[in-house]
Write a protein that binds this ligand. Sequence first.
Ligand SMILES: Nc1ncnc2c1ncn2[C@@H]1O[C@H](COP(=O)(O)OP(=O)(O)O)[C@@H](O)[C@H]1O
Ligand SMILES: [Mg+2]
Length: 367
Amino acid sequence: MISQYQESLLLPERMFQSGSMDTTYEDVLEHIDSGIMLFDEEGMLTFVNRQMYGMLELTRHSLVGCTMSDLLSNVQLGRFKKKHLLRSYREMVLKGKQCYEFMDEYGRYWRISLFCGEQMRGYYLFTVKEISDFKLIEQTAYQNDSLAMLGKLSASIAHEIRNPLTAIRGFIQLLHPYLHQLGKEEYAKIILAEIDRANDIIHEFLSSSKPSVPQVTMIPVSALLKEVVLLAESEALMKGTQINLHPLHEDMVISGDIKQMKQVVLNMIRNAMEAITERVDDFSGRIEIGARREGGEVRIFISDNGKGMDICTLDRLFKPFFTTKENGTGLGLSVSDRIVKNHGGCISVSSRLNEGTRFTITLPLIQ
Ligand SMILES: Nc1ncnc2c1ncn2[C@@H]1O[C@H](COP(=O)(O)OP(=O)(O)O)[C@@H](O)[C@H]1O
Ligand SMILES: [Mg+2]
């Protein structure tokens, strides 16, 4: 079957009869966004447009009158171009495929197509077109589709796992006194702790895949930070870390879900405490928290003098399930990022290995 595109290229009937091309068609072919090369029934190149000789980095003059094998042995033709021209020739002329796609040395995608057969009256038409945009859309659509599928599937698996875990937890508690008698109480404790950890992961995962509807209220930034620091202070003190809340110089109010905003700041303080514990040298752990106005926005910062991050960690920080901790879930920051984005804000981070990390949450202020 012949495509519409092929048919439109077949229009210049005179082209085949007289060998001279109608100038209108020639103009069209000259300005088309594909590279075009036409070989006659003897295998001689009779027409090449500007796009094509530009791509090949050769002159029109050096191409017209050549055969494919002349072209392939042209010393001025780049090695990479030669390789793909030869492959496309093999795939399409010898194996009969309709097109050949490849990626060039700069990461751009190209498609070479061949039109020949009865309707072309023995002529061979090669067209080359850049298809990077199309490939990008294709890849993104494919990724989104599989991510959405994966998300749905994992959410339902996570949900299903919760029920047996609850049953196991209940039975272990019933067995507790017997294990105690056997002197194996430790086992029950380990099982319970591990079940609780599994439950935490599932809880965080489900809340990240299905965030609850935000209950929007006015939140004074100073009150938010005070409350969160109060929640984290005792845990920090136990770990020998000092939390220093900088006094705010003005009243700033944001609008949002207080529970979610607390979760974000608490996540970051927990990460800071963990980064401090993981730092191996002798030092005293400190977490600085504060906020300042920048135009119509507030910048809340949480900085620590913990172990810091290398570039690989920084790159993957907000990806779901990315963790460097043995007992981490890798969900804290991805959930926080989602919450802050839902509130019209963003999170930025700067870090130095073995020196510390600073997270900044930027949120719009209510004027
Ligand atoms: N303040 C910090 N200092 C150093 N590394 C951090 C800090 N906050 C986060 N990270 C890194 O980011 C990773 C992901 O954090 P998060 O999403 O909260 O998951 P989790 O805490 O469960 O590992 C952590 O495992 C850690 O490597
Ligand atoms: Mg965390």
